[in-house]
Design a protein around this ligand. Structure first.
Ligand SMILES: [Zn+2]
Length: 104
């Protein structure tokens, strides 16, 4: 009787141990999964950040280009229209860029 009880106890402990080991494995898997998720989220955030940086850079470059274009237009002023062909040439041109007519 006593031996049988001991055997049962051993088996019970073995089952418990297996269950705990299983739980531990599950926990490890869970943890690994969480870490993977966290990493994926970090990468996502970095990607978003990079995308944002690029968009910001492009935005500022656009502003810069627009400013430069505005400045160029400002220095050039309104173009002059050729009397002969009607084409517009940059202000200050002495000759029409289209037909070569002298612009007075
Ligand atoms: Zn012309």
């Amino acid at each position: 009787m006593e031996l049988r009880g001991q055997l049962d106890l051993d088996r019970l402990q073995a089952v418990e141990r297996k269950k705990i080991e299983g739980d531990l494995r599950t926990m490890e898997q869970e943890q690994a999964l969480q870490e993977k998720l966290a990493e994926a989220r970090r990468e996502e955030v970095e990607r978003e950040q990079t995308k944002h940086d690029v968009e910001e850079a492009m935005y500022y470059k656009g502003l810069l280009d627009a400013n430069q274009a505005k400045k160029q237009n400002a220095t050039a002023g309104p173009g002059v229209v050729c009397n002969r062909c009607g084409a517009e040439s940059p202000a200050g041109s002495r000759f029409c860029k289209t037909c070569g007519e002298r612009i007075v």
